[in-house]
Design a protein around this ligand. Structure first.
Ligand SMILES: [Zn+2]
Ligand SMILES: [Zn+2]
Length: 154
């Protein structure tokens, strides 16, 4: 299930999910959710905080972090542990992988059904039952490569 924007029907859907979990869908939580689903850059709690500050000046970073953690528990976002210690959030719930640029730290979604459906190597079966697969590709993104090329020009 993916909720892309927060139109009326989707707000109702979201309310229902919260109600079943016994949590109140407050205005702030709804704003955090909306900021998450309209972001395509895998934001951290700090990034969401900066984006919401103008709209909700009273919101606290801690509230955002706790809200995102609640969303994760409800299966509405995924926590990503890329780039070392930074915790990032992903509202894209479709099975996908990531390309991470080492230079500008941009993170792009990659769909790779051939990999997702491939048979795992034997050792994986011996180790146990894998529930998920995630590939993190690292390198330099196209935009950075162009910038680096431009710098080389006299
Ligand atoms: Zn880059
Ligand atoms: Zn992603």
């Amino acid at each position: 299930m993916t909720i892309v924007t927060t139109d009326k029907q989707q707000v109702a859907q979201l309310k229902d999910i919260f109600k079943r979990a016994g949590i109140k869908l407050t205005h702030q939580r709804l704003e955090v959710y909306s900021a998450m689903t309209s972001a395509d850059d895998h934001p951290s709690a700090e990034t969401i905080y900066l984006r919401l500050q103008k709209k909700i000046p009273t919101i606290a970073l801690d509230t955002i972090y706790r809200t995102l953690t609640t969303f994760e528990e409800l299966g509405l976002v995924k926590k990503l542990h890329l780039m070392g210690e930074r915790t990032l959030f992903d509202a894209n719930l479709h099975q996908h992988h990531h390309f991470v640029c080492n230079r500008c730290q941009a993170i792009h979604d990659i769909y790779w059904p051939e990999f997702d459906n491939s048979v795992l190597p034997d050792p994986a079966d011996v180790m146990g039952l894998a529930h998920s697969r995630h590939i993190e590709l690292r390198g330099v993104c196209t935009r950075c490569m162009e910038e680096l090329d431009d710098q080389k020009k006299p």
